[in-house]
Design a protein around this ligand. Structure first.
Ligand code: ATP
Ligand SMILES: Nc1nc2c(ncn2[C@@H]2O[C@H](COP(=O)(O)O)[C@@H](O)[C@H]2O)c(=O)[nH]1
Length: 205
């Protein structure tokens, strides 16, 4: 059985990764979402095991020590990481997995899974990004300022990604990512392992 495709969706805080991802999962129900671990405190309405696995710093450090994370990064004062086992088992079962992670972590994943598909979600402008993150109403002004500073650093690393998608309008952005996933499934080099299974060419009469 072929392995599933690993799709990594990054982009600055507030650009709309979570929003786009949840619409994408409705449109592509076979796409499996990887739930991350974090030391950040839950926001109102967030559920442990659904939005994140919420961990203490000690628990998180224990996960690192046990090599239970595919990647991890410290972002604006908290740890975030991708549980390794779930991703590896799901890919091995032939299903596609999507990670919604920040840039340092994405670059670490790229070292381990160069065959992954790396998509950077772009804001239409920095002003719009600030409005979105402020409008969400989940962060203090200090955190917003810090996340905006990191956002500029992250956008500068866009060249490491395979694709850039502007999240101007949610459905349009989802449609673009859907097209990328479909196209990646059709890449010729993903079929090389099947060549031996093909029947020998029909001889010319
Ligand atoms: N295309 C869009 N147009 C207008 N508003 C949007 C769009 N996409 C997302 N938003 C809004 O922007 C805000 C931030 O979106 P979201 O929480 O999905 O961002 P995020 O990238 O996942 O952020 P974080 O990395 O901090 O978790 C939300 O209030 C969401 O409703
Ligand atoms: N490197 C990783 N980054 C992750 C992971 N899960 C989420 N994130 C990113 O962290 C920031 C902040 O998230 P928030 O929920 O506090 O707003 C954002 O860019 C997320 O995409 C992960 O497992 N690894």
């Amino acid at each position: 059985m072929d392995k599933g495709l690993l799709i990594v969706l990054s982009g600055p805080s507030g650009v709309g990764k979570g929003t786009v991802c949840s619409v994408l999962r409705e449109k592509m129900p076979d796409l499996v979402y990887s739930v991350s671990a974090t030391t950040r405190t839950p926001r109102q309405g967030e559920i442990d095991g659904v939005n994140y696995f919420f961990k203490s710093r000690e628990q998180f450090q224990d996960m690192i020590a046990r090599d239970a994370l595919l990647e991890h990064a410290e972002y604006v004062g908290n740890y975030y990481g991708t549980p390794r086992d779930f991703v590896e088992r799901t890919l091995a079962s032939g299903k596609d997995v999507i990670l919604e992670i920040e840039v340092q972590g994405a670059l670490k994943v790229k070292e381990k899974f160069p065959e992954g598909v790396f998509v950077f979600l772009m804001p239409p402008s920095l002003d719009e990004l600030k409005q979105r993150i402020t409008g969400r109403g989940t962060e203090t002004q200090d955190t917003i300022n810090h996340r905006m500073t990191v956002a500029v650093e992250e956008i500068n690393l866009l060249g490491h990604y395979d694709y850039a998608v502007v999240n101007d309008e949610i459905d349009a952005a989802c449609h673009r990512i859907q097209s990328i996933i479909v196209a990646e499934h059709c890449r010729g080099d993903r079929y090389l392992s099947h060549l031996a299974e093909l029947p020998t060419p029909i001889e010319k009469a």
